[in-house]
Design a protein around this ligand. Structure first.
Ligand code: KIV
Length: 294
């Protein structure tokens, strides 16, 4: 298949121009990508939330560029009819522009159509370097989970006038450096609106209020699979953790009660073959043992 979305097309997509909000969802493997696309999603984000919701780490700092490329390739193999963005993980774009561009290229070669990185003014040089290698870049501002140690936790950002103005300035700097869209995470709705109104590229919000040009949620949060952190902006549309445990328990009980497998769930051989195998009482003739010559 392949998607109709391109980075230049997304870059022009503004709700203020009458467009429908963009929908972005995370996926980390082929079955997830299939489901996300069948639901009609515009953009798949292979997020570094992978670290927490799939790989069992405490934060996103533990995933590597190779982990991200591995999961991006799995998503791309589903040939989803959606635009694939892959996260550059922590320390893959902090050291040098050369290393940054090579790491971005690794994700593109794995199947992404764009990369995302976190941070504002400090990342402008890296955004410019990636964009000048012809790789579309999505920015990410506000609560940037890769900064959890320096921020001192997962906290709402941009709550003071100074912080909101700084965020707005950083969003403009990212757009000017070449970002085609910006994720705004965990900022007051009014700040989300102020930044969205000030940019010609779209904002995609997560905990940034209803006025962004799109919304994103994490697959495992929306489906109630990952329940360790439950910020108020996560709307859970299903409790798949509970229904999965119920289904798995039913299987366990069926095995233990000898209710699984049934005749219908088992393969058969003909009565003659069974007779020959001695399964009706007659012993297998030694001379006809097919394993005798092994
Ligand atoms: O890694 C991720 O899933 C993200 C989203 C929360 C935007 O960056």
């Amino acid at each position: 298949m392949g998607s109709n979305w391109t980075a230049p097309k997304i870059a022009k997509h503004k709700v203020s121009d009458g467009e429908t909000p963009l929908v972005m969802l995370t996926a980390y493997d082929a079955p997830g990508a299939h489901m996300v696309v069948e639901a009609g999603t515009d953009i798949i984000l292979v997020g570094d939330s992978l670290a927490m919701v799939v790989l069992g780490y405490e934060d996103t700092l533990q995933v590597t560029i190779d982990d991200m490329a591995h999961h991006t390739a799995a998503v791309a193999r589903a040939e989803p009819d959606a635009f694939i963005v892959a996260d550059l993980p922590w320390m893959s774009y902090h050291v040098s522009t050369e290393e940054t561009v090579k790491n971005a290229a690794k994700l593109i070669r794995a199947g992404a159509k764009a990369v995302k990185l976190e941070g504002g003014q400090d990342r402008v040089r890296m955004v410019e370097a990636i964009a000048s290698a012809e790789i579309p870049v999505m920015g990410h501002l506000g609560l940037t989970p890769q900064s959890v140690l320096s921020l001192g936790g997962y906290k709402v950002q941009g709550r003071t006038t100074n912080a909101a103005v700084k965020l707005s300035y950083e969003a403009k700097a990212l757009a000017h450096a070449g970002c085609f869209a910006i994720v705004l995470e965990c900022v007051p709705s009014l700040v989300g609106k102020m930044i969205t109104d000030s940019l010609s590229i779209p904002t995609i919000g997560i905990g940034a209020g209803p006025d962004c040009d799109g919304q994103v949620l994490v697959f495992h949060d929306l489906l109630g699979i990952y329940q360790e952190l439950q910020p108020k902006y996560v709307r859970t549309y299903a409790n798949l953790k509970e229904s999965t445990i119920t289904a798995l328990s039913a299987f366990n009980n069926d095995v233990r009660d000898k209710n699984f497998p049934t005749e219908e769930e088992s393969y058969k051989i003909s009565a003659e073959e069974a007779e020959e195998l001695g399964l009706y009482g007659a012993p297998l003739p030694v001379s006809e043992d097919p394993l005798a010559s092994w």
